[in-house]
Design a protein around this ligand. Structure first.
Ligand code: OAD
Length: 255
């Protein structure tokens, strides 16, 4: 049964969103769940419930078995290529257009590596954890997102004599400095922050919610389950993002 969404709260949150000077949205795997992309920590279906992150999502894992890790990421890349953006992705893209058309600021911080926001038309995207569609040469550090799908071999050698590794952030690695700079600036200067479909347990991404709260921004949390940062939310919607975001969008875009 679809959880009932509090109409009054939804109207209030949409009015705050429509009137905000500067909006930041942080998304996690939950936003892509309705597109068929597995989350990480959902009990039975999450990636980490079925695979050992330490064996697959670390630099050491790649150095130990580059063929296994390259193949796993390439299979995830192909799975995501076969998925389509859902109503939540589309709503976020429309909200971005509605807010920027009013001359206000909108920044989308995503932890997701599936590029579904981009395919849904979002433009002001900060990819905090990289992308499954980017591959980085271990010799030069240069990235490209035009490698054949599937890769011709695992691992795939680069022209510079190295290997192509996935262009994602692995456990123990720092986020891209430019992404952190943009995200920190946006979170510290926003007056409305949406945190959507994330368990809020991975930093520094979860820290941007705290930064926004510390500067007095109002927080909208959209997640069927509570998170460690739910107490910071001005409005909390225990609903799927694919259902709640179109409702917010309808109100914001008609304002
Ligand atoms: P998680 O799998 O940790 O959390 C997904 C969240 O989405 C959970 O809190 C779910 O309750 C919620 N959720 C599930 N379905 C939803 C829906 N339809 N609508 C809204 N919410 C829904 O994924 P992330 O928080 O994104 O890092 O994980 C953060 C990072 O941990 C990932 O980026 C990845 C992982 O290790 C790296 O790869 C570096």
């Amino acid at each position: 049964m679809t959880p009932r969404i509090d109409e009054a709260a939804s109207r209030e949150a949409a009015e705050a969103l429509a009137g905000a000077r500067s909006v930041v949205a942080l998304t996690g795997a939950g936003v892509s769940a309705e597109s068929g992309v597995p989350t990480f920590r959902d009990a039975m279906t999450g990636l980490w419930a079925r695979f050992d992150a330490q064996r697959l999502a670390t630099r050491e894992a790649f150095e130990r078995d580059p063929a296994l890790v390259s193949r796993w990421y390439d299979e995830r890349r192909m799975r995501c290529a076969g998925c389509v953006p859902n109503a939540g992705h589309s709503a976020l893209s429309s909200i971005e257009r509605a807010i920027t058309a009013r001359g206000r600021s909108f920044t989308l911080l995503t932890q997701n590596v599936d590029r579904l926001h981009r395919r849904a038309g979002s433009e002001r995207i900060v990819e905090l954890h990289g992308s499954l569609f980017a591959w980085r040469c271990t010799a030069t550090g240069k990235e490209r997102d035009d490698l054949p799908m599937p890769l011709p071999c695992y691992p795939m050698p680069s022209e510079a004599g190295g290997l192509y590794r996935p262009g994602v952030v692995w456990f123990g690695e720092a986020l891209p400095a430019e992404a952190v700079r943009r995200a920190s600036l946006a979170a510290a200067s926003c007056d409305l922050f949406l945190t959507i479909g994330t368990s809020s347990v991975v930093y520094p991404a979860a820290g941007f919610v705290e930064t926004a709260a510390s500067v007095g921004a109002r927080i909208i949390e959209i997640n069927p389950h509570p998170t460690p940062l739910s107490h910071l939310a001005t409005w909390r919607f225990a609903a799927p993002s694919g259902e709640l975001l179109p409702q917010l969008c309808a109100r914001v875009c008609l304002e």
